[in-house]
Design a protein. Structure first.
Length: 110
């Protein structure tokens, strides 16, 4: 069986702080196993995920909050559709003009 590390040992091995490892878990980015009594255990897959996360951030300048939101978009189809629709209207300046016209019409009618 591969060696499993505690949160402190995983922090020392990966270069992330123990507090950051907990943050990553809270946001679903790196999910360690748990013992029956609830202690976190990091194995090779989790350590590799931590290394690849560091590389992703370095290579693309991605913030952890952005990754957490991207993860949420993948898990919540309704949110993804709403964001896609919002972004589509930002790309279509005509839709924005129409929206502004309808807004002014509602204000004048009030």
């Amino acid at each position: 069986m591969p060696k499993l590390l505690t949160v402190g040992a995983a922090a020392a091995e990966s270069g992330w702080s123990a507090r950051m490892l907990r943050y990553l878990e809270d946001n679903g980015l790196v999910l360690p196993r748990r013992t029956p009594s609830g202690y976190r255990q990091y194995g090779l897959p989790e350590l590799n995920r931590l290394r690849s996360l560091r590389e992703l951030r370095r290579r693309f300048g991605v913030e952890l909050t952005e990754l957490a939101f991207a993860r949420r978009l993948r898990r919540e189809p309704e949110l993804r559709r709403a964001v896609d629709a919002w972004l589509a209207t930002a790309d279509d300046s005509g839709s924005w003009v129409e929206w502004e016209q309808r807004k002014h019409e509602r204000l004048l009618a009030a």
